[in-house]
Design a protein around this ligand. Structure first.
Ligand code: SIN
Ligand code: CO
Length: 394
């Protein structure tokens, strides 16, 4: 997608303008981002998903039997929905893009952003008055109105230690005041972009309010450092250690002196500062699946000959919904393909093809290393034969 084409989904801004002026910086309201938008699912279908085992869902009741802002976790059943009041509650279902292909298709519109930054598409349903309270998320999010109306109010950027309400299972801000008249009712197809840390409050204005949250994640420094240290720790030989050859006799044997601290610092910084290792870890961590248990490894290893025959016979492979792929060049011919938290070296064109949304057919076999890599991805569950994946089995 050319970066200098005005995009209706960005209110006529180009991707370059949006990224330069809004992304991670300030909110953007986009009226008619998806003109004539038809919601890819309805409230009953969303409730159906929330009743399935293995699908993450939550119910937020503002005036629950167990107290205000009561949160319960799915799977739910018909009795749950039958007992709910007429208003003031919200049902939220995570990763609906993994289960409903028409929801996953929406992600194509966000291809001006790296795919490995995506989290998922969460869908919420609320009757009139339903909300999850004023709060802050640490993710970038595009809030697309699917059906009905929701009123969004924004309260500006909020400090990390802003007080939250005590005694409930939700992080609701204790203080919220609308800033800069940022107060709008969104209609189907309207979309609101919010950067991380921006307080917001969305209240349903109708009994058919569906909101799709297209979320983008960024690892926190604490997660990144712990995870990179774990990754490096597995690669380092135990002989690589703190070393003090040539040191002077100590004046006080109980002291940790500046030289000792500097030697330790040197060891840590030299070990960490390895761009090639860092890239290998980064690709793995950013492609880890959201739900590791949804990645089903095959019981039997794929037979290379059967794979070749099937592809030549016109069968196609598909990327498993929820699987994450990315690539990084090693030089101008080779690359690492990252898939679901693992990495494999292969040709650059093959890595690019696998991490794109192009069809996975017999053309791939023109690449020398394709058979072994495709077989490994099938065995790991990152790829599946098209048609083999039964949506109802999720
Ligand atoms: C909602 O859909 O009700 C909440 C979405 C959000 O505020 O992040
Ligand atoms: Co939010």
């Amino acid at each position: 997608m050319p970066s200098n084409t005005p995009l209706p989904m960005l209110g006529g801004l180009t991707a370059t303008e949006f990224l330069g002026d809004y992304w991670q910086q300030k909110p953007l309201l986009i009226r008619g981002a998806f003109p004539d938008f038809e919601s890819p699912l309805d409230p009953d279908e969303l409730a159906g998903l929330a009743c399935e085992e293995g699908i993450e869902s939550r119910l937020v009741e503002e005036h629950g039997k167990g107290g205000p802002w009561q949160v319960s976790h799915g799977p739910f059943d018909e009795r749950t929905f039958a007992r709910l009041p007429e208003r003031d509650w919200t049902l939220l279902v995570q990763a609906v893009d993994h289960y409903v292909p028409e929801v996953a298709e929406l992600l194509e519109a966000f291809d001006f952003l790296p795919r490995w930054r995506r989290d998922d598409i969460m869908v919420s349903y609320a009757p009139t008055g339903g909300s999850v309270g004023p709060h802050v998320d640490q993710y970038d999010v595009f809030l697309l109105q699917g059906s009905g109306q929701r009123r969004w109010q924004l309260g500006g950027k909020v400090a990390d230690d802003a007080p939250i309400l005590d005694g409930i299972d939700l992080r609701i801000l204790a203080h919220f005041a609308v800033e800069d008249d940022d107060d709008w009712v969104l209609e189907p197809g309207d979309m609101l972009y919010l950067p991380p840390g921006w307080s917001h409050h969305g209240v349903s204005q109708s009994d058919d309010c569906l909101t799709l949250s297209v979320g983008f994640r960024a690892p926190s420094a604490d997660e990144a450092i712990t995870s990179y240290a774990d990754y490096l720790g597995e690669q380092l030989p135990s002989s690589r250690r703190y070393a003090d050859a040539g040191m002077a006799p100590v004046s006080d044997p109980g002291e940790i002196d500046d030289d000792a601290v500097e030697r330790m610092r040197g060891l840590i910084l030299e070990t960490l500062d390895d761009p090639a290792q860092l890239a290998q870890w980064f690709g793995r961590v950013m492609t880890q699946p959201k739900y590791a248990d949804q990645l089903v490894a095959s019981d039997q290893p794929t037979e290379p000959n059967e794979l070749i025959t099937a592809l030549h016979a016109g069968e196609a492979l598909m990327r498993t919904p929820g699987s994450r792929f990315a690539w990084r060049a090693l030089d101008d011919k080779r690359a690492t393909l990252f898939a679901d938290g693992d990495g494999a070296e292969c040709s650059l064109p093959l890595a690019r093809a696998l991490a794109s949304d192009t069809p996975l057919d017999a053309k791939l076999l023109e690449d020398e290393g394709a058979v072994a890599l495709l077989a490994a991805l099938l065995d790991a569950g990152s790829l599946a034969w098209d048609g083999e994946f039964d949506e109802s089995s999720t």
